[in-house]
Design a binder for this molecule. Structure first.
Ligand code: X8Z
Ligand code: ZN
Length: 682
């Protein structure tokens, strides 16, 4: 349910497919939170049953969202407990509905009712055991792992809190420090947060598998694969097919990046055994987005300037100056901290506002006033929070929010466009019955905002004052294409490998004693990246990626990275655009906006194939629009790579990673947990 899937956080517990929430309504007679004990009514028809489930769902949703929001934006033992309990009630209630639905198998019912019953079983990414003790254990572990990730810190001097760095601090190093050892220390440091989760994760897998079996699935991975309006086994083949389409493009990009890293660091350090890319040198903790390596990988320095980060930082400086000017007297040190934070918040809101402007230019509504007051835009300074960006529908009735720890840089800028895609989806389908308040499939949800990001062409960026007028040269085109490819193409194999790992973990083909080595074998196979030092089973590197402890399925992002090009092409067509695909921006085009809104408002009320057809004319996910978009870059990369042996030998690093190595001793954060907020403090 939701708190919508988009939100990872909640997803933890809640469902995976997002559900929307409803407005907070008075609970049943006592006015207390319902105890998830909904009972089947003897003579209820299937249609009546679904109507009741929708009403009950709406009734309990807001409480669950609120508990999850608090635990993500105020990590403490108490908020963790409250979230686990709320989730326990929700999953108990969901199990009850699923059980009650069995009586309608094979009975006549409307198509909408049949679809609703089918979706019920897929409503959570965390299928819970029927056994109440084990269900409660599951929700406790889920909340705990999410809290561990959110509060994770690397303390280079154990016991000295001043030496501790958050994920954001460590990502800053990977983003902008090109020193080999500094990057390695940041990368190793973040990965120290995960080994303490390993035991919990093993138990978590046992418990969700039990829940899946209770529902009649083989394992939790099968539940995840069943959400695509096709037989579960077919989605693996579909993703393989799509990957085969785009793999040659990725291999060319990989080859080019390796040449550049060799030139920068020397062949002995710019690559690792098997001609793979060193995990800590890609500008990103998980090597899923290489755009931070722009300084190393930019094809034609000086041919055009697409330095959006620099422009955002200039805006931030201006905000700082403005905030400073509001002080009549000379500010003291505490004032300066306040001023800095006020300027950060100004920048974050400006970025969100710029994103809103794009959606509004398509004819979509303004975000509600509560969005601006209730969202978390920047990292609070007094407590741990889950910084991983997410979008929330708190009540299925207009209380929509984003939660992020924004900084003024390009990645955060595009991320807020992504998050607002979720938010506009919520708002568009809020009028549907609660069970249908989900994406057509989860990849659709992830693709909405990214489609807008594809429309952020150099021309658009110039029109909003973020870059200067762009020359229309071949060099400028290749620069623009490379900028997009470092995000979109680099991501593809990562988008695939995470669930290749989890599907194997859930079906038992990857056993706990091979969690880490298999993780790296898959990283090698799909991404062609490898660690520079052995990562044995003392590590738990999957736990260092949010979606693993957060239990958010990941195939959605792979599918989204393909689908968004299909959506983009369809919207460009709808806008009447005629030129090459990569140059299209449908900013300001109401015809495109109407078509998009029509798709969003369908939610999950019909099979996604139908929804896709209404937008694009086709019923199949297909990567040819990706290839069409990047055709100039692919030609250019082939020329650049001429004479190189492209590709890599994945077995080389898998072997290298086998010997166990001791993790560094830095240990979990030494900072104590903050106390829970006082109830009267709101
Ligand atoms: O998790 C996200 C979003 C929230 S749905 C920030 N993304 C994936 C990730 O960060 O790993 C967007 C891109 C892929
Ligand atoms: Zn998302």
């Amino acid at each position: 349910m939701k708190p919508r899937q988009v939100l990872p956080v909640l997803a933890v517990a809640i469902a995976l497919l997002c559900l929307p929430a409803c407005k907070r309504e008075p609970s049943p007679a006592t006015g207390q939170v319902p105890r998830a004990t909904t009972v089947a009514r003897g003579n209820e028809s299937a249609d009546q049953f679904v109507a009741r489930v929708n009403a009950e769902f709406r009734n309990t949703y807001a409480e669950l969202s609120a508990a999850q929001w608090i635990s993500s934006t105020y990590i403490s033992d108490d908020s963790e407990l409250i979230a686990a309990k709320a989730n326990e009630r929700w999953l108990t209630q969901l199990n009850g509905w699923i059980e009650q639905a069995r009586q309608y198998e094979g009975q006549p019912m409307s198509a909408a009712t049949a679809r609703s019953i089918m979706l019920l079983k897929l409503m959570t990414a965390m299928p819970a055991p029927r056994d109440p003790q084990r269900l409660a254990e599951l929700t406790r572990i889920a909340s705990k792992m999410e809290g561990m990730y959110g509060a994770g810190k690397y303390c280079s001097k154990p016991g000295d809190a001043t030496s501790c760095k958050t994920l954001g601090d460590l990502e800053d190093i990977l983003r902008s420090n090109r020193d080999y050892d500094a990057q390695l220390d940041a990368w190793n440091g973040w990965h120290t947060i995960a080994p303490p989760m390993r035991k919990d994760y093993v138990r978590f897998v046992e418990l969700v598998n039990e829940g899946a079996k209770d529902m009649g699935f083989a394992d939790a991975g099968e539940v995840w694969r069943s959400g695509y309006d096709m037989p579960a086994q077919q989605i693996a083949a579909e993703t393989d097919r799509l990957w085969t389409q785009v793999k040659p493009l990725y291999e060319q990009l990989h080859c080019y990046a390796r040449t550049k890293l060799d030139a920068k660091y020397g062949k002995d350090r710019g690559e690792v055994a098997g001609r793979m890319l060193p995990a800590h040198l890609m500008g990103n903790m998980w090597q899923q987005d290489w755009s931070n390596l722009w300084d190393v990988l930019q094809p034609y320095p000086g041919a055009s300037s697409l330095d959006i980060t620099a422009a955002l930082q200039r805006q931030y400086q201006q905000n700082y100056t403005n905030e400073l000017a509001t002080h009549a007297t000379a500010p003291g040190p505490a004032d300066l901290v306040d001023i800095e934070r006020a300027a950060q918040l100004d920048s974050a809101r400006q970025m969100a506002s710029r994103a809103q402007d794009f959606y509004m230019s398509l004819g979509m509504p303004k975000l509600p006033a509560s969005y601006w007051t209730r969202s978390q835009f920047i990292k609070p300074r007094d407590r741990d929070v889950v910084c991983h960006a997410s979008a929330w529908d708190m009540n299925m009735a207009g209380d929509v929010r984003t939660k992020a720890c924004m900084k003024p840089d390009e990645e955060n800028f595009t991320t807020i466009y992504h998050e607002l895609g979720h938010v506009y989806y919520y708002m568009a389908y809020n009028k549907l019955t609660p069970i249908f308040q989900q994406g057509a499939h989860d990849g659709f949800h992830e693709a909405i905002g990214d489609t807008i990001v594809l429309s952020m062409t150099p021309g658009y960026l110039q029109s909003v004052g973020l870059v200067d007028a762009q020359p229309s040269s071949q060099e400028a085109l290749i620069n623009a294409q490379m900028r997009m490819a470092l995000t979109k193409v680099a991501f593809l194999p990562f988008g695939l490998m995470i669930d290749r790992w989890r599907w194997g973990v859930f079906d038992g083909s990857i056993k706990p004693d091979a969690y880490n080595s298999t993780w790296w074998s898959l990283k090698a196979k799909y991404q062609g990246v490898a660690p520079v030092q052995a990562r044995g089973e003392d590590f738990f590197d999957p736990g260092a990626k949010y979606h693993v402890p957060g239990n958010t399925p990941y195939t959605r992002y792979f599918l989204a990275n393909i689908l968004q090009f299909q959506f983009y092409k369809a919207l460009c067509d709808a806008s009447g655009y005629k030129g090459p695909l990569y140059a299209c921006s449908f900013y300001g085009n109401k015809a495109a906006g109407q078509k998009y809104e029509a798709m969003l408002s369908k939610g999950a009320s019909q099979p996604w194939q139908q929804t896709l057809k209404q937008l694009t004319g086709g019923e199949t996910m297909d990567a040819s629009a990706v290839l069409e978009y990047f055709a100039p870059l692919q030609d250019w990369l082939k020329q650049q790579n001429e004479g190189q042996t492209c590709g890599w030998d994945a077995s080389a690093a898998a072997n290298a990673a086998v010997p166990a190595a001791k993790p560094p001793v830095s240990g979990p954060p030494v900072t104590p947990r903050v106390p829970a907020p006082s109830l009267s403090a709101t």
